[in-house]
Design a protein around this ligand. Structure first.
Ligand code: PMP
Ligand code: GLN
Length: 390
């Protein structure tokens, strides 16, 4: 007779006890299960430029299938330097200041891991994109949040000064802003610079929606030379070329910061898919002006959605950038925003994102959801028709 040995598993103390599956995975899964129109998770439902796909196929078939240099393919880094020079007039050193990463997410994790020691404080703006806080927590850091208030969601710089301390090591900013679709003004970056210049801290600027700004003035840390010398600026080809599944991004930072960030990057991923880097490099060099058209492309979709919802009972908040539109539903329901999103999927067949999940402290009685308009016009019209029936 055999006996089954009994095992006791070691006690598992989670490093992220409060973290569950992301709201994006949850809402997309519900949308798929219920057959709802998915305006929740931010990704395009239309294909990328076929010429870019052709370049990627060619790159795979013609032998670009081994590791690239750890810092990224030189051709791609050259092309990125060209893009930054054209858009922002900033000259970046290709070898020492640009690193290609597996999406902006990896870049943000690398930067936080490289810079934050246990007990260091990181300033975030509330609401904040969901990956910032867990990355800080894993590094042993502590987040201090400054509230952004509707409808502009621009910072109160007095409140910002109050959270700075001699433990603050990093300020994490994000403009254009996910989830609110707000954009900072150039004067905000100047205020930030005035506030931080005498502190021993760095800025991590998440600019993944940099080419989707609808205001006349395009705002970026790349255009603020003093701040840029203190900053790590993160970009994503996923947003700029409708390829969220490729997970290719890049980081620009002064040489001393780049050197620290690469110490992490070289052990997290070492390098990013080589054929995808090759394809993006060739595409950027062949069509250097393409990203300049992105804001016009998404402005048309924003306006289509806003016009189609104009007579609904939702209140539309301003949208100056990103591909996200916020809707206030307080005239429609008393449900909290998570319950309202679940109800919308079940009853109306449209999936959205509740914005309370991006806050440490959601404002009382705020009833606001986020719609992604990176979708085909027909998809947007059908969703708007369903929402207008409420
Ligand atoms: N930051 C923000 C604000 C985002 O919306 C996203 C989008 N997913 C990311 C970072 C991550 O980008 P990536 O998919 O390139 O990792
Ligand atoms: N950034 C995307 C959004 O805000 C989601 C990305 C993800 O699911 N990881 O919708």
């Amino acid at each position: 007779m055999t006996t089954t040995p009994s095992f006791t598993s070691p006690i598992l103390l989670s490093k992220l006890p409060a973290t569950g599956v992301t709201i994006f995975s949850r809402m997309s899964a519900l949308a798929n299960e219920k057959g709802a129109i998915n305006l929740s998770q931010g990704f395009p439902d239309f294909p990328p430029d076929p010429r870019l796909l052709e370049r990627a196929s060619q790159a795979l078939l013609t032998g670009n299938n081994q590791y690239s240099p750890m810092t990224g393919l030189p051709l791609l880094r050259e092309a990125i330097a060209g893009l930054i020079a054209r858009h922002y007039g900033r000259s970046v050193h290709v070898a020492d200041e640009i690193t290609v990463t597996s999406g902006a997410s990896e870049a943000i994790f690398d930067a936080i891991t490289a810079l934050i020691k246990p007990g260091d404080e990181v300033v975030l703006f509330d609401p904040a994109y969901d990956l910032y806080e867990p990355a800080v927590t894993l590094a042993g850091g502590v987040c201090k949040r400054v509230t952004l208030t509707a409808p502009s969601f621009r910072p109160d710089w007095y409140a910002f000064l109050e959270v700075l301390s001699d433990k603050t090591r990093l300020v994490l900013i994000n403009t254009p802003h996910n989830p609110t679709g707000s954009c900072w003004l150039a004067e905000d970056l100047e205020q930030l610079w005035q506030a931080v210049q005498h502190h021993d801290l760095y800025v991590l600027s998440d600019e993944v929606y940099e080419f989707i700004q609808f205001n006349d003035e395009v705002v970026s840390v790349h255009k603020h030379p003093e701040l840029a010398q203190r900053s790590i600026v993160v970009s994503s080809f996923g947003k700029s070329f409708h390829l969220t599944g490729w997970k290719v991004g890049y980081v620009v930072a002064p040489a001393n910061l780049t050197a620290e960030l690469r110490k992490v990057h070289q052990y997290v991923t070492f390098c990013t898919a080589t054929p995808l880097q090759q394809a993006l490099a060739e595409h950027l060099l062949a069509l250097p002006e393409e990203s300049a058209g992105l804001a016009g492309f998404y402005r048309q979709k924003r306006d289509l959605l806003r016009n189609a919802l104009a007579n609904s009972r939702f209140h539309l908040l301003p949208c100056d950038g990103t591909y996200f539109q916020l809707l206030d539903y307080s005239d429609i329901s008393d449900l909290d925003d998570v319950a309202f999103c679940e109800w919308l999927i079940d009853e109306i067949g449209v999936a959205a994102i509740p914005i309370s999940v991006f806050y440490q402290t959601p404002p009382d009685n705020q009833r606001v959801i986020r719609l992604c308009f990176a979708k085909a016009d027909d998809t947007l019209m059908e969703a708007a028709q369903r929402l207008s029936a409420l």
